[in-house]
Design a binder for this molecule. Structure first.
Ligand SMILES: [Cu+2]
Length: 260
């Protein structure tokens, strides 16, 4: 009995320490555009915001180093946008912003490969390959193209113009091949209007099926992030010089709106 209490206490202490490291729950790379649909009313200029954070808990924010790749696959093919990134953020927690002008109708798949992030609480380097898709001027073409990232979610549902309650489906790929039974973490980008009643409500967890396909019905309007967390092919060096595993995340963001 006494031993049980002590074990519980030290477990509680451990989780407190882990939280102190950078938040208890899932890390998510955010890549959020000012809109998912460009129209004559919105004009053709997009603002994109990149932040490494815990979306449901609204923080803490982890500082991003300069991303390795940032680009878009659009009607003109792939464009490198790395030079458009502008650092921002407060309290030494670096974030990035960019603007982009969509000149042709079509779908624009924005993607980022962040610099590896050292997470001492988990002993891993984290790299979240993240995508978001914006439709310009009603073309609705190109959203299901594959960028060819080492790990990637390919949507099986058109990823814009979604209503609250819609079922999102996607296929998780690593090195171009579907990943069966992979865990996919799901978080809502909290605007402060929801307090999760307990930890399991912060991050939803679904798994892919034997064909690498997952699905999730989104219960609230706003941005939803899907994160398939896989082990990278090649270990990386931690800041201490140790060879450590890589958490290779395939992330994708979609926005849903209430029907009214
Ligand atoms: Cu964190």
């Amino acid at each position: 009995m006494r031993y049980g209490t002590r074990a519980l206490l030290s477990k509680a202490l451990l989780s407190l320490l882990l939280m102190a490291a950078c938040g208890a729950q899932a890390h998510f790379q955010e890549l959020i555009p000012s809109t998912d649909i460009l129209t004559a009313e919105t004009g053709n200029t997009l603002a994109l915001s990149l932040k490494f954070t815990h979306p449901m808990e609204q923080g803490p924010v982890m500082s991003m180093a300069a991303p390795r790749r940032f680009g878009v696959m659009g009607p003109r093919g792939q464009e490198d946008l790395i030079d458009r990134l502008r650092p921002g953020g407060t309290d030494g927690k670096r974030t990035f912003q960019a603007t982009y002008r969509a000149e042709l109708p079509g779908d624009y798949i924005f993607f980022v490969e962040p610099a590896p992030y050292w997470e001492p609480a988990e002993g891993v380097m984290i790299v979240h390959y993240t995508k978001v898709i914006v439709d310009a001027f009603g073309a609705e073409q190109g959203w299901d193209q594959e960028i060819g990232l080492p790990v990637e979610i390919i949507p099986l549902v058109r990823p814009y113009g979604l209503w609250t309650g819609n079922l999102f489906r996607g296929i998780v790929k690593q090195d171009g091949k579907p990943v069966p039974f992979a865990a996919v973490e799901v978080e809502w980008r909290n605007d402060g209007s929801v307090t999760p009643p307990s930890d399991p409500y912060i991050t939803q967890v679904v798994k892919t099926d034997a064909n690498g396909v997952f699905s999730y019905a989104m219960p609230r309007s706003g941005w939803w992030g899907f994160a398939a967390l896989l082990e990278g092919d090649t270990p990386l060096k931690s800041p201490d010089g140790d060879s450590v595993p890589v958490e290779a995340g395939a992330l994708m963001w979609v926005q849903v709106r209430d029907m009214r």
